[in-house]
Design a protein around this ligand. Sequence first.
Ligand code: ADP
Length: 253
Amino acid sequence: LHERLPIEGPEDELQMLAKTMNGMIDRLEVSFARIQQFTSDVSHELRTSLTIMRGEVDVALSKDRTAEEYRQVLLSVLEEVIYLSDMVEKFLSMSTETSNAKQITLKAIDGNAMFDYLRNRFLPMIENKRMELHVRTAESLILHGDEDLLRSLFVNLIENAIKYTPEGGTVVIHAKNKGEFAQIQVMDNGIGIPEQHVPFIFERFYRVDDSRTRSQGGTGLGLSLCKWIAEVHKGTIEVHSKPEQGTTVTVSL
Ligand code: ADP
């Protein structure tokens, strides 16, 4: 693939063709590199989880254990299984990315109903961490998009806001109409993101602190999925964050 067609010589159709071909080869190379990176990232993730499960099960089988010890092993295996299922689910959503990117159907969605649903869905998690959730939405909030994808976008953002905010913290969802756009902000007063990491957090598998997020079940895929969803809706997504103060993610659709 590294070969390029020579383009010296007169500016004629042949030269234009050579330039076009070279451009196509450049793009193919970039795609191949991406696929390679993706495959190696996925394999790495799978291997880590499998190693953990294998280790736990090996130890459990090596001698007689108490019921409680078996229970601990099962819990830790369950944690890995949940982690892997979560990852596979995100991969599946992302594969829509390549197959259906241009086919998503935009429908008018009742934003108020969607955020009501999200509030109810997250209330148990919020109460579990003794946190507060405030949802403020404009009176008639109509979103144009694919309902499943948009729901998935906000589920990911709210999950992060809860996950990266200590007990007793607050999550605020603020959705308003801004001219032709709907602007939705998910704000938390949690641990925040150090400035040097912010440019990378939308990349697949990027985690600010590997050890910390893995123990919390983070795959590093959520925000890349959110970015893709915002983009297929011709929208934008931005993050503002201050360590120890909190994070605000702003989505415009
Ligand atoms: P993960 O599955 O690890 O949460 P994401 O792609 O959703 O992956 O997020 C990437 C990284 O960005 C996370 O690992 C976390 O470090 C950071 N991050 C995302 N949202 C927040 C937030 N609300 N507060 C603090 N850090 C966040």
